[in-house]
Ligand binder design. Structure first.
Ligand code: HEM
Length: 441
């Protein structure tokens, strides 16, 4: 047996007194953890947001954490400090048998036919919005994509089409999202958390009316799918549970996909040769992609993967130990906070060649660097809590890139320098000013 280490023997990235690495990370969300990894190796303690989690960066340890074969870890207790009060009842706030039974009830809402239904209502909206950006010639991309994806979620999750209803929903959702990001963890009057909880109560009333209507007359939206879901014992979801899941899904879907779309546009704008390759590929495929034809956009798939590798929207996956357990060579007592550092995994020099470089062909034959280790590439996690919306996210990203590349050339302002903001997921701090020039046809 290989020797083990205790927590006290681990190297520690302490950072500044009291705040630890928090401010440094907020200013430099890529360099700060990458530097800590270079200095301290694959396992270290990292002071951030008044916690000292143990960070794991090696693919073996990350695989062990995410698959958690003996049920030693709690996902719910890992995520609670981030969004416990506002996202209660969501899948990441459930563990083990309780989680398994809810996840199995939700699976049907992500079947190929359900996904095609969502795509049918989303794609025309994506195309219309991108056409409007191209007509304007210049956009700040992040707020545009944010708004578009909020609308798409309203339409596909809830079947809400009316602009005033969509606006009301989006405002409530934004207040909840600000509450999740708020720094004060107690709902004192005037805090983002208090406003978020009020918005959640409003949204929940609205959703319950919607659920009652959907139980009588189902549509192609995800809420209808959840209303009719049954497990193998005939159990169904209550209205309250559907509300919890829909709010959580909206949260899980929104910032992750927004960040990925914007960072993909940034990398494409920097790499004109990849725009040309994707344009040629897109012009050889139908005007509009579906669940099947999306898989034929192979090079766009590599670009999406490379973006998710370099800028994983969930760069660090939290867990907490339920009992004493050993991961890698470290003995962890019960109740220890952990992080599976996806950002560091995706830039691990033992796995990736020239990891800092944007190089989508690393995903192509014969290189296939993501196959160098079973857990080399985990933007969507793995194991019991693997992302339920992975295919939906990829379909949305494909739909956006497909239309964008067929119709526009992207350019960054001269001398543009990217500054990243870390939360809720990696994104350009200035929202990414972008020039779009229509491709003559
Ligand atoms: C690029 C976009 C996305 C990325 C990178 C992403 C990433 C992830 C990751 C890493 C996890 C695992 C977290 C953990 O193990 O603690 C996760 C879970 C989850 N994601 Fe996503 N996600 C994305 C989009 C979506 C979308 C569009 C939806 C739904 C519409 C969604 C729904 C979920 C749900 C429900 C879970 C929890 C699953 C469970 O606990 O069983 N995600 N996501």
């Amino acid at each position: 047996m290989s020797p083990t280490r205790t927590m006290a023997q681990l190297p520690s990235a302490r950072g500044a007194p009291v705040v630890g690495n928090t401010l440094r990370w907020l200013r430099r969300p890529l360099d700060t953890p990458v530097q800590a990894h270079r200095t301290h190796g694959d396992v270290f303690r990292y002071d951030i947001f008044f916690q000292r989690p143990v960070v794991f960066a090696h693919p073996d340890a990350i695989g062990r954490i995410l698959t958690d074969p003996d049920g030693d870890l709690s996902t719910a207790r890992g995520w609670e400090p981030f969004f416990g009060r506002l996202m209660k009842g969501g899948l990441l706030l459930r563990d083990h048998d309780d989680h398994r039974s809810h996840r199995s009830l939700m699976r049907g809402a992500f079947s190929s036919s359900a996904l095609q239904g969502y795509l049918d209502v989303m794609t025309p909206r994506i195309e219309a919005r991108i056409d409007a950006w191209i007509d304007r010639g210049e956009v700040v991309l992040l707020p545009e994509v944010q708004r578009l994806l909020l609308e798409l979620a309203g339409v596909s999750l809830l079947g809400v089409e009316a602009p005033d209803e969509l606006d009301r929903l989006i405002r409530a959702f934004e207040a909840i999202a600000r509450g999740v990001m708020g720094l004060v963890g107690v709902p004192l009057p005037g805090t983002a958390l208090a406003r978020g909880l009020r918005a959640r109560a409003d949204l929940s009333r609205f959703l319950k009316e919607r659920i009652a209507a959907r139980r009588k007359a189902p549509g192609p939206d995800l809420t209808s799918q959840l209303c009719s879901a049954t497990d193998e014992h005939g159990a169904v979801l209550t209205d309250e549970e559907i509300v919890d899941h829909v709010i959580f899904l909206w949260m899980a879907a929104h910032d992750t996909t927004t960040g990925s779309a914007v960072m993909a546009a940034y990398e494409l704008a920097r790499h004109r040769e990849w725009q040309d390759r994707l344009r040629e590929e897109a012009l050889g495929l139908p005007d509009r992609l579906d669940v099947q034809t999306s898989a034929q956009a192979t090079q766009a798939g590599w670009v999406i993967h490379e973006t998710l590798r370099l800028y994983p929207p969930i760069g660090s996956i939290p867990r907490r130990t339920l009992r004493q357990t050993t991961i890698a060579d470290v003995v962890l007592p019960a109740d220890t906070p952990l992080r599976a550092a996806i950002l560091l995994l995706h830039r691990h020099p033992e796995v990736w060649t020239d990891p800092e470089r944007f190089d989508p062909e690393r995903f192509a034959e014969p290189r296939q660097e993501h196959r160098r280790h079973r857990h080399a590439f985990r933007p969507f996690g793995t194991g019991a809590h693997a992302c339920l919306g992975m295919r939906l996210a990829q379909l949305q990203l494909h739909a956006m890139l497909h239309h964008l590349m067929r119709h526009a050339r992207l350019r960054l302002p001269d001398d543009y320098v990217l500054k990243l903001s870390p939360a809720p997921s990696l994104r350009p701090a200035d929202g990414l000013p972008l020039r779009l020039q229509r491709v003559p046809r």
